[in-house]
Ligand binder design. Structure first.
Ligand code: MN
Length: 468
């Protein structure tokens, strides 16, 4: 197939060029003025942008949370991802405390088989594990781990565990991702709020203040400095945490940061509205001024990636633990936290290109290239270089597409962006050379997606080793 006449945007830059996709599902060549070969299909991309498929480094498909479960499974979630221009996800294996991590990873691989796009896995640890477990996961292509500094009842690890696992990860060439909030302090604030009868949804934000995200981020950075581990802070939501990250980078800590669209486009006032439950995520939405800092961080390279933390729950499931009736008492601690997002990331961030906040090259770097680089998928994913997987998006910069639940394909009955209309949406999406989305219709198949064994970090601890 020849995708001709478009403007290619990738790590090389933005230029008029044609993209030839080989029969092997890889990019064959990218150059201006390519001539169609006999029998070759041609897609006219005149006036369109041609970019590597989106790489979402942070999703939670099908995850059980307390009494409920994330409403997207791997089939529905990856289909929605593809419709929005994302062709790779890296999902978090989240074992229950006490569950064997490698057993959980094996379970996730079975759950993920119906994926419509390629997928990799991160693995969370809730306790110290034998280094052989870390080594076995890396051998299986799970080259990043997650540690939670929050959620004491289910997931949190103490600082000694962090040190031990950072040391093991460093020796085994793995990246340590961290959820940074001070879980013990938050637990006390929640206890106080409930004791004082402050049970409304806004208390979700009041009891998880930016200060406690910054403290945990700063602590994670210090422990990375101590151990020499490479770390990646997920879902940075506030100026305070970003300041801690910048300070750590300046003293040479190997730290990368991710933010998510919800922290850029939504704010804390949503937690005081009538549908407040629908906006509960963790960290919580912040006062508007924090988004300005995050945009500066994206434009200046202090934040490397944008992931979604895709973690949708139906409206009913969000309210399972609340009384729900008007004027009734709602206990904010019972609401499952997480927002839908895997389908809308590219469109939302593209809107920032149109608004002049970031460049088109930034958009592709943040959403496609950098996540692949950070997690050992480069240059197979996130790149249009010859030999890369032909995961290609033809982006129509003028196509209008609603962002309400009725316009979207995620398996959830509400949207955080209800009433918004994006200008810019994919017209064609390829996964390994196969068209899986054409004109907003999904034409792929569940199970087309393949497991991605990811590369470990290189021995010097720098960029991941490529070519695995
Ligand atoms: Mn998450």
């Amino acid at each position: 197939m020849l995708i001709g006449g478009g403007t290619v945007i990738d790590e090389v830059g933005e230029r008029p060029a044609d993209v030839r996709v080989g029969d092997d599902g890889r990019v064959a060549e990218v150059a201006a003025g390519l001539t169609p070969r006999p029998g070759e299909k041609v897609h006219d991309a005149t006036g369109k942008l041609v970019l590597p498929g989106g790489v979402d480094p942070h999703t939670h498909m099908q995850l059980p949370v307390g009494a409920v479960r994330v409403s997207d499974d791997f089939a529905s979630g990856t289909r929605a991802a593809a419709l929005g221009g994302t062709t790779t996800i890296i999902d978090y294996v989240t074992p229950e405390r006490g569950e064997d991590p490698l057993g959980a990873a094996a379970r996730w691989r079975t759950l993920a088989e119906p994926s419509a796009i390629d997928w990799g896995l991160h693995l969370s640890f809730t306790a110290v594990v034998a280094e052989s477990v870390v080594a076995a996961a890396v051998e299986d292509g799970i080259t990043s781990f997650k540690l939670y500094l929050a959620y004491p009842d289910r997931l949190q690890v103490d600082d000694g565990t962090v040190v031990a696992l950072m040391r093991a990860a460093r020796r085994q060439g793995a990246l340590v991702t961290l959820h940074c909030e001070n879980g013990a302090a938050i637990e006390e604030l929640r206890r106080e709020a409930l004791a004082e009868g402050r049970t409304g949804v806004i208390e979700h934000a009041r009891t998880r203040p930016p200060l406690l995200e910054a403290e945990a981020t700063s602590r994670a950075a210090v422990l990375a400095e101590l151990t020499g581990a490479a770390i990646y802070i997920v879902h940075v939501s506030c100026a305070d945490a970003l300041a801690a990250i910048r300070a750590a980078r300046e003293r040479g800590v190997r730290i990368q940061a991710e933010t998510c669209p919800q922290y850029l486009f939504l704010d804390e006032t949503r937690l005081e509205g009538p549908d407040a439950e629908d906006f509960v995520c963790t960290p919580p939405l912040r006062p508007t001024r924090h988004a300005a800092s995050l945009w500066a961080g994206l434009a200046n390279g202090w934040i490397q990636t944008i992931g979604t933390d895709h973690c949708p729950f139906t409206r009913a499931d969000r309210r399972v633990g609340t009384t729900g009736e008007p004027g009734g008492v709602r206990d904010f601690t019972q609401i499952p936290g997480g927002l839908p997002g895997v389908e809308t990331r590219l469109a939302l961030i593209w809107s920032a290109v149109r608004d002049g906040r970031i460049t088109a090259a930034d958009w592709v770097r943040l959403c496609c290239a950098a996540p692949a680089q950070a997690f050992g998928l480069w240059p197979r994913k996130g790149s249009l270089a010859a030999g890369a997987d032909a995961d290609v998006v033809v982006w129509d910069p003028e196509r209008r597409h609603g962002l309400g639940a009725g316009d979207l394909d995620m398996a959830v009955d509400h949207s955080p962006y209800e009433g918004m209309v994006a200008t810019g949406w994919p017209e064609l999406v390829l996964s390994r050379g196969r068209v899986i989305v054409r004109d907003e219709s999904f034409v792929g198949d569940p199970g087309w997606g393949r497991y991605l064994a990811r590369s470990p970090l290189s021995p010097d601890g720098g960029a991941p080793v490529t070519g695995r």
